[in-house]
Design a protein around this ligand. Structure first.
Ligand SMILES: *Cc1c(COP(=O)(O)O)cnc(C)c1O
Length: 371
């Protein structure tokens, strides 16, 4: 689908909230934010219409939206999203300014997802501009807890009222913000994984797109993992049912005793994580060999048991790096290393977090200052 209006022609009109949350109530939330349950005072909204292109860019009071019951998204799930964090820089000469981590990478992935779901792509610069508008409007919404951030959720969905099956001609792009606590205060707890019999993505499907539909399909497998007492679900490839793909919302890395690292390759059935890509680069800079190649459940079990594999971790924006301690499938169960976070896991996590927080040099220009 063609994408008209360049971002430069879009200026955001600002409609401040007439009754923002009282400071005392906000302070209470910011001291104990949790994840994804409280939202800031504003949201960003941009409309798309096939005839008009992108239009009506606004910063609005956060609140319910009107949607026609026939809106295409409610029937055929034409919806995509992103997740990124704004945080306050701290430490070593940093001045407490606000930053985003690689927002252009989220913008590029958003457009790749849009293309897969037959949706219009955002014009250059609009994604990052929209996110910045919201962060500036709600800069008083940063958690006061150590390691807290303002989690940003940009999303795009089909709004045309039409029950025929074809791409919608109208869409709405929204960005909302939710204060988020630190996943890890000190040592990250290792998680227990359940190897699902369900598939997350098949070749030619939507596995590489960040779309709500993928998540809807992962709810039953995740509930099954929880019911069996595990923390996360692990998906194998849909064809041979032996190659490790990823978790419901995180990519995986396998650390060998010789210090080399393996991570599943991007083949269209796993989500191209920005944390994944960043960690591959950082690991290589640390002198570690990283191979993007297929790794089977059987090999993993055998390597973990023999000691050839010492660590496994999952990664994603929300939790950054999560060590894996135990893996269970229908047939058996095995431990990873000592069952706690390994040295390389902790080192890579520390490298990434210190760049994100402005405590270490940022040679790749990943940290995007907002003010
Ligand atoms: C978002 C997501 C990830 C992690 O991506 P990041 O860019 O690192 O946050 C991994 N897997 C799935 C299925 C995801 O939706």
């Amino acid at each position: 689908m063609a994408t008209p209006a360049p971002a430069a022609s879009l200026t955001f009109s600002r409609q401040p909230h007439p009754a923002p949350m009282a400071a005392a109530q906000r302070a209470e939330i910011l001291a104990n934010p949790g994840f994804g349950t409280k939202f800031s005072d504003h949201m960003v909204s941009v409309h798309f219409d096939e005839a008009l292109g992108w239009h009506s860019a606004e910063v609005l009071p956060y609140g319910p939206i009107a949607l026609d019951p026939a809106a295409a998204v409610l029937h055929y799930a034409q919806e995509i999203f992103e997740g990124l964090k704004a945080y306050r820089l701290a430490g070593n000469g940093a001045d407490g300014g606000i930053a985003l981590f690689r927002p252009e990478a989220n913008a590029a992935r958003f457009n790749a997802s849009a293309t897969r779901l037959a949706m219009p792509t955002l014009p250059d610069g609009l994604f990052v501009a929209a996110v910045k508008e919201l962060v500036k409007a709600d800069k008083d919404w940063f958690p006061t807890v150590e390691g807290g951030s303002l989690y940003l959720r940009p999303f795009l969905f089909a709004t045309e009222a039409f029950l025929g099956v074809r791409p919608s001609k109208q869409y709405r792009f929204l960005v909302i913000a939710s204060p988020a606590g630190n996943y890890f205060k000190s040592g990250a707890p290792a998680v227990s994984l359940w190897v699902s019999d369900y598939s997350r993505a098949a070749p030619g499907g939507t596995g590489a797109a960040k779309c709500g539909g993928n998540y809807a399909a992962s709810l039953v497998p995740t509930a099954e993992a929880f019911a069996r007492g595990h923390d996360q679900v692990l998906f194998l490839d849909a064809v041979e049912r032996q190659w490790i793909e990823e978790l419901g919302g995180m990519n995986l890395f396998f650390v060998m005793a010789d210090g080399s690292i393996v991570t599943p390759p991007l083949g269209g059935t796993i989500l191209p994580g920005i944390t994944r890509e960043s960690l591959i680069l950082l690991a290589r800079e640390e002198g570690l060999t990283v191979r993007e190649e297929r790794y089977s459940l059987a090999q993993w079990r055998s390597d973990a048991t023999s000691g050839a594999l010492t660590e496994t971790f999952a990664c994603g924006t929300a939790a950054v790096v999560t060590p894996v301690g135990k893996v269970t499938s229908e047939t058996d169960s095995f431990m990873i290393g000592s069952g706690g976070p390994g040295q390389i896991t902790q080192k890579l996590r520390q490298r990434l977090v210190s760049i994100q927080r402005g405590e270490a040099a940022d040679p790749h220009g990943w940290v995007h200052r907002i003010d």
